[in-house]
Design a protein. Structure first.
Length: 87
């Protein structure tokens, strides 16, 4: 055990296709979408605002009543009703 070394090569990591776009998703639980000034709220958030200004912002994301199903919907592309989120 003293000389053992972890070998994670047996579990391949995720790899995006070469032509995949860069996407940044920020999830903050229970903060309220309208709180950061990035989206017009009263809390000053200069760094997220700078990132947002350099790209595209989606503001019509459907959320559920709980954080976990909303996060699952975002990560899987399926919402809690089973309908696809993608067009």
């Amino acid at each position: 055990m003293d000389t053992s070394v972890a070998d994670w090569t047996i579990i391949p990591g995720p790899k995006a296709p070469d032509d995949a776009p860069n996407v940044l998703v920020i999830i903050i639980d229970d903060a309220g979408f309208g709180n950061p000034d990035t989206f017009g709220g009263p809390i000053r958030t200069p760094k997220p605002t700078r990132v947002q200004e350099m790209g595209i912002t989606y503001t019509s994301f459907h959320v559920t009543a709980l954080c976990s199903p909303t996060r699952a919907a975002l990560l899987t592309g399926r919402n809690h009703t089973g309908w696809d989120l993608a067009p």
